[in-house]
Design a protein around this ligand. Structure first.
Ligand SMILES: *[C@@H]1O[C@H](CO)[C@@H](O)[C@H](O)[C@H]1NC(C)=O
Ligand SMILES: *[C@@H]1O[C@H](CO)[C@@H](O)[C@H](O)[C@H]1NC(C)=O
Length: 453
């Protein structure tokens, strides 16, 4: 009863929200890349160049003609998180304004100023992407110097400059803030685009809600959508396990957390790629794959096949692969069938010897290569083996444990690793380079500690 009530409440309240499958924390280290956005976009220089041109609607400085802005100093940008809002931005810069003064003669005004604005972080409903929007842009004059004749009263000068600069500068400088934000916003453009997982399907990092700003980071929650090539969405059975950022990371740093559930759904796309037929007689360190070798484990074989014949093995994975993560250890569970055949010469049908149901797990190691998550697997344990059919009479499948374990290790795991080489796509935002990330397996998730250099 309570449970039903809980569920009813849940559907009325926020519990209907999709389970996040990935979490991203953007610390000040990444946000400080806005600084480089300002440099890259040369926005202040462009503004200064524009200022020289006559533009409709632009106020002029009364008494100064032939106005030009030159020598814009490299801006120093200071950012602070504003909880619940976004980022407070202060751009400190300086410039020289030249012109002909009303007194005649050339004049120069050297100003240092701060441009401040609050960059509110929103969720653009149309694109589903995060977007910064500036509010309340102000220009604060820090220092003003002129080459005006010293016989002019400083008071008059100050009054003149204050009123005129205060009128002119916001119109001149505030568009720079918007232009830089536009530049940053464009770097989210591809965030929710479908990205290929091999040839089998795609993953799309869709935002769950408006990104949340705290005093030390911005958190973006994703409900990734994993889709097969035919458009069918993969749903992992059962409730998503809870996962969270571990404590104790530096306040300025940034991390990405990918749930085991998300990785399982991506591997589900690859399920069919794990199917394989292996017909080589010589494989790695294994004894020759023949009926004679098999007879060493199953005496029944010697009777049925007195003459040694090569074997063919077919492995089918018939349940979606599942990833689990416990602090420091990640396992990939595969469940399927292994069928052994006696290979025949061309044109003849093969004969099935037996079909075993197998369940085994692999230890997974993660790395990042070319901005994709790479996995490398090695056999951890053969969990169960049961005989489903046999053409050589009944036998105890336990006799084959060693043989099958070695077979999986030498013949099958390399196939799995080949399939895993496709790599899993990581969220594409702010031109993030994941190659320096430090990886850590935590409870129910893989954490990427994002390093910028
Ligand atoms: C201008 O910005 C700098 C850097 O944020 C700050 O240290 C300084 O106090 C600001 N000056 C004024 C007048 O607001
Ligand atoms: C987004 O994707 C397009 C097409 O692949 C690419 O040309 C563009 O550079 C990407 N934009 C960003 C900001 O990465």
């Amino acid at each position: 009863m309570l449970r039903i009530l809980g569920l009813a409440l849940c559907s009325l309240l926020t519990c209907t929200q999709a389970e996040p499958g990935a979490l991203l924390r953007l610390g000040m280290d990444i946000m400080n890349q806005v600084q480089s956005a300002m440099d890259e976009s040369h926005i202040l220089e462009k503004m200064a160049a524009e200022a020289g041109k006559k533009q409709p609607g632009m106020k002029t400085i009364k008494g100064i003609t032939n106005l030009k802005v030159k020598g814009v100093q490299l801006p120093v940008i200071t950012l602070n998180f504003v909880p619940g809002v976004g980022i407070f931005q202060c751009v400190s810069t300086g410039m020289t304004i030249t012109g002909k003064s009303f007194m005649g003669g050339n004049m120069e005004i050297i100003v240092t100023l701060n441009i401040t604005a609050t960059n509110r972080l929103l969720w653009d409903e149309e694109t589903g992407l995060p977007v910064f929007k500036s509010e309340g842009c102000e220009v604060i004059l820090v220092n003003v110097k002129t080459n005006l004749p010293s016989n002019m009263l400083p008071k008059v000068v100050n009054k003149f400059l204050d009123s005129t600069l205060h009128k002119v500068l916001p119109g001149l400088m505030c568009p720079a803030i918007d232009a830089v934000l536009g530049y940053v916003n464009r770097k989210w453009t591809n965030l929710s685009d479908p990205m290929p997982v091999g040839q089998m399907g795609t993953v799309k990092y869709v935002l769950t809600s408006t990104p949340a700003t705290t005093a030390s980071y911005i958190q973006v929650d994703f409900s990734p959508v994993v889709q097969q090539e035919n458009g069918k969405t993969i749903k992992v059975a059962g409730p998503g396990e809870t996962f969270a950022f571990p404590e104790g990371y530096a306040k300025v740093s940034s991390q990405l957390l990918l749930s085991a559930t998300l990785l399982s759904s991506e591997l589900a796309l690859l399920q069919k790629s794990f199917h394989v037929n292996i017909q080589n007689t010589m494989i790695g360190e294994l004894p020759p794959q023949t009926t004679k070798t098999l007879a060493g484990f199953l005496p029944e074989m010697a009777v049925a096949y007195p003459k040694s014949k090569p074997l063919m093995t077919q492995i089918r994975i018939n349940k979606p692969p599942k990833i689990t993560m416990k602090t420091g250890k990640s396992l990939l569970y595969l469940h399927g069938t292994l069928e052994m055949f006696v290979a025949r010469r061309r044109g003849k049908t093969t004969t099935s010897l037996f079909l075993l149901e197998v369940h085994f797990n692999l230890k997974v190691q993660y790395s990042v290569h070319e901005n994709r998550l790479q996995m490398t697997a090695s056999l951890d344990r053969l969990l169960s083996l049961s005989r489903k059919s046999s053409s050589i009479g009944s036998f105890n499948e336990k006799q084959l444990t060693g043989f099958i374990t070695d077979y999986l290790e030498e013949a099958y795991i390399p196939v799995v690793n080949d399939v895993l080489q496709v790599g899993l796509p990581l969220p594409d935002f702010l031109a993030m380079n994941y190659n320096l990330a430090e990886l850590d397996i935590v409870e129910n998730a893989l954490m990427l500690d994002l390093k910028l250099k």
